[in-house]
Design a protein around this ligand. Sequence first.
Ligand SMILES: Nc1ncnc2c1ncn2[C@@H]1O[C@H](COP(=O)(O)OP(=O)(O)O)[C@@H](O)[C@H]1O
Ligand SMILES: [Mg+2]
Length: 264
Amino acid sequence: MTPLPIVPVKFGGSIITDKGGDKGISRGRIRAVAKAVAAARGAASASLVVILGGGSIGHRSAVAYGLAGGVPALDRLHRMARSMFLLKCTLARALERAGVPAMPFHEGSLLLAEGDGARLQPLAIRRAVEIGVVPILSGGPVYAASGAMVAFNSDRLGHALLASGGFTLERFILVSDAPGVIGLDGTVIPILTADRLADVADIPLGAGVTDVSGGMIEKVAIASDLARRGVDCVICGVDALAPPLFADIVAGRGRHGTLVPASN
Ligand SMILES: Nc1ncnc2c1ncn2[C@@H]1O[C@H](COP(=O)(O)OP(=O)(O)O)[C@@H](O)[C@H]1O
Ligand SMILES: [Mg+2]
């Protein structure tokens, strides 16, 4: 299998759901994401693969159904899978309106969690890309190689796509509610190399925000790992969704947010 070049873009639950409140999906943001994806689609030489974070939907369910520690309520996890699928369908509908064919994938049928990562079955995603359909992926409740089910963090899908052997990653883009990785001096770190990891501030999440994914510190660890595997990672904020800017980020032009550069 010749790996297919892709640009996976992960839109955080922090921007597409009401992470601190209980309003669920933020439809305005889903529309903004669809417009950005539609405008950026032709910008990169590789195809876009969209990844959505679960935000308030995923994190609350993970706590309620015992995926965040405790014993998973195996009889109720279908509810979380349904919410995650509906989130992806909402984006697919918004992309349809923007003239872009897109299809949601169910995380539990695609991934098997193993250690910190997951085995991913690449064939159907590859076919979607080949026929011009934008795949919409997410984390959520997935079976684990050892144990029952776990909440798989969407941020880790970049690594799972690469490790599947089905793809090369032209770059990996993470969009969240922070403008980039903020350093100890309170400003965004433009280029984050391994020797600057100690400069990353650990900023607490806002009051009332449920998060089982580890926030920015986890993203930095994931981006650093991918950088060591030869993939440039961009961690940026919601201002990046403005169509001309987002197309530039997808194509690797200019600089925005934090770049974690490939180190080999
Ligand atoms: N050094 C940092 N720079 C930026 N954000 C940080 C940092 N440390 C912690 N954070 C927190 O991480 C959050 C983003 O992570 P997260 O909430 O998991 O986003 P997402 O839902 O997009 O995955 C920010 O809102 C911020 O509160
Ligand atoms: Mg997160």
